[in-house]
Design a protein around this ligand. Structure first.
Ligand code: ADP
Ligand code: ASP
Ligand code: MG
Length: 437
């Protein structure tokens, strides 16, 4: 069995949904994971923000506009009166549910229930479409098998057991349709796998059912060698190893959710990135195969804060780094990059929710400096030390850009540089010119 995930743009209109139905219509048994139609989750976030502020008029305006958009899509999607009516009833019930939150108190629980509506609607509409066209399909409700634990990590055993039970109960369909992104948490409440998390859903499902292949269908022909939003003439990469793909996803290549490679890697299931708008394009194959001696791609991660702790006396005395790391751990704040010297240690974080507390605690150990608006630019490939000259080429490419931190050797696949956000676009372009063109 294969798992095919279609992102927001891929199911962004009635026409696109029809194209997806054609792509999946080949007789192979598969699980189809869908995102919400593009723009929907953003609108749901806006609605929730208004409801937190008790601005019911603001919320209602977005709810009404979004509902209207869906009513139009329903008319385009189905041929028969019967299915148009079914679609409209479905839309009405979901939007009435969203409206029900404009009266009472509004907390994070209600917010998560609202955010789940996008994927619930897209999968139900698509399922109806397949039914209308006589295709054999069944819905697998993600809220019945996808679960995270108390640490917000996927509950792998629960997912495996429950999705397999559901497939057995449903029995022998060719196409199973399910929601990306949404799940339940350890308390059984509706939750989600974070923005962009449908890729993660697909990978978790693939691993849970030991799929032959996981396909991520999106609006571009696979992983490009640089970020196409900032660099022109980027090229699609034919093959990536799991490790390379994980580094790129973690360090900003938006085509893949940061955590989505690991479940596939652990289960050794190949992941193919494909283009819904050009279904014949080869795309990118991610597998355990490592291509030797090449720089594969460049990516950039925004919104980074750098923290430097200077402590001439204590630094590099044993136990010092542990104390520093414990502070970050106590605020559940992951560190991305680390560099050390005799007099100081610099680290970066992308979650600055507890920055003030962290800085206060760090001051016990020395003077602390904070730099905001930083970006990690990362070059990924087979960068083992034996392949001489790569570092030189990289630094030569960006010799006129100020570099705040450098990290190399943490893995064989990544060289990371911390620079100012304002230099990001220029750095990405200079690297592309030198490394790939
Ligand atoms: P989906 O809605 O299908 O999940 P996303 O918008 O999350 O799609 O991801 C696809 C987008 O990722 C592309 O349209 C592209 O702009 C962006 N992107 C950023 N970096 C890369 C890269 N290195 N290769 C391909 N796409 C990238
Ligand atoms: N719909 C969710 C989002 O927009 C999840 C996803 O598309 O992957 O973030
Ligand atoms: Mg995405």
């Amino acid at each position: 069995m294969r798992v095919l995930k279609f992102g927001g743009t891929s199911v962004g209109s009635a026409q696109r949904m029809k194209e997806v139905a054609e792509i999946i219509d080949n007789g192979h048994q598969k699980i189809v994971v869908l995102s919400a139609m593009s723009g929907t989750t953003n609108s749901l976030v806006e609605i929730a923000n208004y409801l937190y502020k008790k601005n019911h008029d603001g919320a209602n305006e977005i709810i009404n506009n979004l509902e209207q958009k869906y009513e139009q899509e329903v008319e385009q999607l189905y041929k028969s009166e019967e299915f148009i009516n079914k679609g409209k009833e479905l839309i009405k019930s979901h939007f009435n549910f969203i409206r029900s939150f404009t009266i009472d108190m509004f907390t994070v629980f209600e917010e998560k229930a609202i955010l789940a509506q996008g994927e619930l609607i897209s999968t139900a509409l698509f399922h109806y479409f397949l039914q209308e066209n006589g295709k054999d399909s069944a819905l697998l409700p993600a809220l019945d098998y996808m679960r995270i634990d108390k640490n917000n990590e996927p509950d792998i055993n629960y997912i495996k057991e429950n999705i397999q039970n559901l497939i057995t109960e449903e029995g022998g369909h060719t196409i199973y349709i399910t929601q990306g992104y949404i799940c339940r948490n350890a308390f059984g409440e509706i939750d989600n796998l974070q923005r962009g998390g449908s890729d993660y859903s697909a990978s978790l499902i693939g691993a849970a059912i030991q799929a032959d292949e996981i396909q991520i269908w999106t609006d571009i022909d696979g992983m490009h060698n640089n970020d196409p939003r900032y660099v022109e003439n980027t090229q699609s990469i034919k093959e990536l190893s799991f490790d390379e793909a994980a580094e790129l996803a973690y360090f900003g290549a938006k085509i893949l959710h940061p955590t989505s490679v690991l479940p596939a890697k652990l289960a050794n299931i190949p992941v193919r990135l494909l283009n819904t708008m050009a279904p014949k394009a080869e795309g990118t194959l991610i597998s355990s195969k490592q291509n030797k001696e090449r720089m594969a791609a460049v990516a950039a991660k925004d919104g980074i804060t750098a923290i430097k702790i200077k402590s001439g006396r204590m630094l590099l005395a044993y136990g010092f780094l542990r104390k520093v790391f414990e502070i970050f751990e106590s605020y559940k704040t992951p560190i991305d990059m680390i560099t050390t010297s005799e007099v100081g240690v610099s680290v970066t974080i992308d979650d600055d929710k507890h920055l003030n507390e962290i800085v206060n605690d760090l001051k016990k150990y020395g003077t602390v400096e904070v730099d905001h608006d930083q970006v990690i630019v990362c070059v990924v490939g087979d960068l083992i030390a034996e392949n001489r000259g790569y570092a030189n080429t990289i630094f030569d490419a960006i010799k006129n850009i100020s570099i705040r931190m450098i990290s190399y050797g943490g893995s064989n696949f990544n060289l990371s540089l911390l620079i100012n956000a304002q230099d990001k676009k220029q750095a990405l372009n200079l690297l592309s010119d030198k490394l790939f063109n």
